[in-house]
Design a protein around this ligand. Structure first.
Ligand code: ATP
Length: 226
């Protein structure tokens, strides 16, 4: 579904990714681990078309996307869920979900109904008319995932879902991610706290100083990271 080969990326003259190879198959959840500054966010940004300078190959569902505009990449079926909070605070939960449904139509995909959303994200149903700006951190992260889900993406990139969340809230969010994988959604998840990915991710990669230093089962990668 998502094939990354020989990917390299720069900020100005400074190179931060070297020869990165990653493969995410349809329906899988794949984790990217690595310490602070390893290049995890840059990797997701590069795949999503947000990095000014990069080279290599990124194929989404057999179609080359590297070097394409971020909007076109989103239209091609890639959703990028960044740290919580990056959403218009003056729109309600329902209005945000409608934006997601519009994106599904732009993608030429059927999208998902609200009934489907409440089944997958039951936490959001009572919050339909709440302004996004009034949601808690965990609720905002859940809404960000729901917006991605409703837009019927081929693959979702998620940057640090647990960031800034209390352990109990992060646990609930990862249960939501589990529900997402059960719907067949393909996920590439960056997470600094590996324990959250145990029992959820099929496979993983360890990034260190901009290079993949380990690829394997999530357990193998966590052991290497420790
Ligand atoms: P963290 O877990 O701390 O978020 P990360 O693994 O996501 O780290 P990146 O944010 O991708 O790492 O950063 C990779 C490298 O690129 C780091 O050395 C960082 O200092 C550098 N970097 C990140 N953003 C920029 C930028 N806007 N301009 C220049 N260098 C940057």
């Amino acid at each position: 579904m998502l094939q990354v080969e020989n990917l390299e990326s720069w900020y100005g003259q400074t190179q931060v990714l070297w020869r990165v190879d990653i493969d995410v198959r349809a329906g899988e959840m794949v984790g990217i681990l690595g310490r602070n500054g390893a290049g995890k966010t840059t990797l997701l940004r590069t795949i999503a078309g947000l990095q000014p300078r990069s080279r290599g190959s990124v194929m989404l569902d057999g179609r080359p996307i590297l070097g394409t505009d971020a909007t076109d990449i989103a239209r091609a079926g890639l959703s990028f869920v960044r740290e919580s909070g990056r959403m218009a605070s003056s729109l309600t939960v329902n209005q945000h979900l409608m934006v997601g449904q519009r994106l599904a139509r732009l993608r030429g995909r059927p999208g998902r109904s609200l009934a489907d959303i409440w089944r997958t994200f039951p936490l959001l149903e009572p919050l339909q008319n709440r302004l996004a700006g009034l949601l808690s951190g965990g609720q905002r992260q859940t809404l960000a995932l729901a917006i991605a889900y409703v837009s019927d993406p081929k693959v979702v990139l998620i940057d640090e879902p647990s960031a800034g969340l209390a352990p109990k809230v992060a646990y609930e969010l990862f249960q939501t991610l589990k529900a997402l994988t059960a719907t067949g959604t393909t996920l590439l998840v960056v997470e600094q706290q590996p324990a959250w990915l145990v029992g959820l991710a099929n496979r993983g990669y360890l990034l260190d100083l901009g290079r993949i230093v380990k690829a394997g089962s999530i357990q193998e990668v966590i052991t290497e990271a420790a």
